[in-house]
Design a binder for this molecule. Structure first.
Ligand code: DX5
Ligand code: ZN
Length: 218
């Protein structure tokens, strides 16, 4: 297994001072910065696009993990790469040509991620593994921070773990990760943990402790 990665999701940060928030979680020990991009179409919420990623880029040298909850994704991949994304994750449910999207991300020189919603079977990612650097198993229905971890996703995580055995592919979980559920997800086989509410709800003074606590369970 790869060493665990903790990726705070800035969806739960104070949007009126995003740069400060990114710097704060970077200094508090975040391994990656998780950036949730939503279009009000693939998911029922809207966040931000490439200009915000670009504006945040100078504020941290950490891996920028861009989770695209948008359909279609292909017309925007180059813009996210140019804005400073290090990894770009697209949803298997977001279009008919996900293999092409992953290829495009790699051609742009970025790490390619494939995400599946809680209602999507693990088998969906199997034909795509040669093209993927990361598989994201959503542990809530995407769209909002602060939702409860869906326990039936543990089986999907375990199935994906078997599929990626021996490959250099990260297995990420996202949604409802807290000091308790991080243990369940880790035991099932996840190695990369997104946490929004569990990190940001304590305010900047608590970020380091919150990240450390999640890392203990990872
Ligand atoms: C959900 C987003 C997540 C979200 C996680 O649609 O993809 O990254 O911010 O937030 P928490 O950890 O609060 O569930
Ligand atoms: Zn996310």
């Amino acid at each position: 297994m790869l060493p665990p990665v903790i990726a705070p999701s800035i969806l739960s940060a104070d949007f009126s001072k995003l740069a400060e928030e990114v710097r704060a979680v970077d200094e508090a020990g975040a391994d990656w910065i998780h950036l949730d991009v939503m279009d009000g179409h693939f998911v029922p919420n809207i966040t931000f696009g490439p200009p915000v990623v670009k504006a945040l880029r100078p504020h941290s040298a950490k891996f920028f993990d861009c989770h695209l909850m948008i359909a279609p994704a292909d017309p925007y991949l180059a813009a996210f790469a140019q804005a400073g994304a290090d990894g770009i994750t697209v949803h298997a449910e977001a279009g008919p040509h996900i293999h092409r999207s992953l290829q495009t991300i790699r051609d742009l020189g970025k790490r390619a991620g494939i995400a599946i919603n809680p209602g999507t079977p693990a088998s969906m990612v199997e034909p795509l593994l040669d093209m993927a650097d990361l598989v994201l198993v959503m542990t809530v229905n995407p769209g909002f921070g602060g939702q409860s971890f869906i326990r039936s996703t543990l089986e999907t995580i375990a199935r994906v773990r078997t599929m990626v055995a021996g490959r250099d592919i990260r297995l990420q979980v996202d949604g409802g990760i807290d000091p308790e559920t991080v243990r369940l997800a880790s035991r099932a086989g996840a190695d990369t943990f997104v946490a929004g509410n569990a990190v940001f709800s304590g305010g900047p003074g608590a970020y380091a402790e919150r990240i450390a606590t999640i890392r203990e369970g990872a």
